[in-house]
Design a protein around this ligand. Structure first.
Ligand code: C5P
Length: 216
């Protein structure tokens, strides 16, 4: 028996990495597997929510009864999220979104030549910060993966992006793995959860989120 803590709620989420093309065959991505986001999508569905999952390239099967929108770049993820944010009650940004995209993207495959190509980068929009600042913003949950200074960096991120709940994890403990160990950060401070399977953690995060949700 799973309590329907999110019955009648619309959850919009992001998961996985993004892919920022360099040319027709190459790109910049990261080691996010999408496992945490997909586990959370299943947990939200099991709690009775209507789930829309905007997913970067992961190779994972779409969870049953979840509406998945496939995207490649951070800009595509941003556009898909913003199209759906107005009707969402909850937004959960789990994706490892690329901070930068290639400014001088080549249409065709770059050929080996006399000079080494120079890749120029430009900043991508911050999806979570944008959604959190909408006039009728859904309840926003962020994730932060850091390789060091977890509490300090994650707390600064939560304040900068103005999200009521942020889930912080060390890259070494989280990315690409089946288990995760996180810190929950909110206005009241930080709270450590023990290491657990990502699906068990997702169920726990749904409880934590539901407990903080304003009444419908
Ligand atoms: O990449 P960063 O560590 O800043 O990510 C923190 C949170 O912000 C995550 O929830 C991530 O999904 C979100 N994010 C985003 N758009 C970006 C960068 C990050 O939504 N461009």
């Amino acid at each position: 028996f799973v309590p329907q803590r999110l019955a009648g709620r619309k959850v919009l989420m992001t998961a996985g990495p993004t892919f920022e093309p360099i040319d027709a065959v190459r790109g910049i991505t990261n080691i996010s597997s999408g496992k945490m986001g997909y586990a959370l999508a299943r947990a939200c569905r099991d709690a009775g929510a209507e789930v829309t999952l905007v997913s970067g390239p992961t190779g994972l099967p779409c969870p049953e009864d979840v509406q998945r929108l496939d995207v490649g770049t951070a800009q595509e993820m941003y556009d898909a999220v913003l199209r759906h944010a107005g009707s969402a009650d909850i937004f959960i940004g789990v994706a490892a979104v690329a901070d930068y995209r290639v400014r001088n993207r080549a249409e065709h495959k770059l050929k080996k030549g006399d000079s080494v190509p120079v890749i120029e980068l430009e900043e991508n929009p911050d999806i979570l910060a944008t959604v959190a600042s909408l006039p009728a913003a859904p309840f926003c949950v962020g994730f932060a993966a850091e390789s060091r200074n977890l509490l300090e960096y994650a707390d600064a991120k939560r304040r900068r992006k103005k999200v009521p709940l942020l889930v912080a994890n060390l890259v070494q403990k989280a990315m690409g793995r089946d288990t995760n160990e996180v810190l929950l950060l909110d206005d009241a401070g930080s709270h450590a959860l023990p290491e657990m399977d990502k699906q068990a953690l997702a169920a726990r995060l749904v409880e934590e989120l539901a407990a903080r949700l304003p009444p419908a």
